[in-house]
Write a new protein. Sequence first.
Length: 311
Amino acid sequence: MQLVRQKGQKLVARAGVRARIALCALTLAALGSACATAEDGGAGAPGAAGQPRPEQAAGAAGALAAYAEKARKVQAARVVAARKWGLRQVPLPAPAPPAKKPPITFRKGFEVGDPSLPPVFTTVPTKEKIVFLTIDDGSEKDPELLRMMTELNLPYSAFLSDYLVKEDYGYFKQMQQRGVALHNHTLNHRYLPALSYEEQKQEICGMQDVIEKKYGKRPPLFRPPYGNYDSDTLRAARSCGVTAVPLWASEAFADHMEWREWDRDLHPGDIILSHFRGKGDWQGSMADMVRQVMNVITAKGYAVARLEDYV
């Protein structure tokens, strides 16, 4: 037990060092332009047009210090949670989200001839070593998943199909209350290209209506069942408020990963798919799936970020 506590203390200390380094760098960035030309009273002098006054700089430094302290506490809690949930390594902290979301475009080969339609993509453009977890449909409603993801402070996004979700809308309400964004995966999980435009619109827009009614907001993201779509799919999705169509670059199961990219590896900004499944469908539980995918993600030096901060 003493060895475990020492390891936990070391990890917390390292997290604190990283937070302090980040704080210093950000504070210098915020203050650097003011200091650079303050001596000659030029444009960079404190109080000059467009430059922060000393009290403003102090306020910014205080905000950054608070952010760093919050990050330190989150990572310290992750150390404890990672041990509790049997992860091999403590999940890495994600960087702060970008001030401006990156432009999202169609992945090459995924276009349908109209670039104005909601883009279909598998990876978010970023240089950060981050990936995004997404979970589809809503079949398994495991309370252990809610506890595990909350304690590990891992962000993820849910893409829901009403024919499964309606068995227990309350479960996904709990998920939403814990900060998870709920998105559209159609009413009945049908193969959309086989349907007419009007039928596709009913599947997609009908699910928009359900999510708005049950959870208070029409989601901007939509994932077609099986990843299959055509131009009618995207036109129908756009008609009811969808702005982007994230697919996936790899898929997580309870006992293995499946890769869609030729190099069978993770890349910055990759979207990872999984499903709400349990032991009746998998060789394991939802918690087993999280352990499996997080062991892979962390071992490869990646952190999990919130998809909605980037798309």
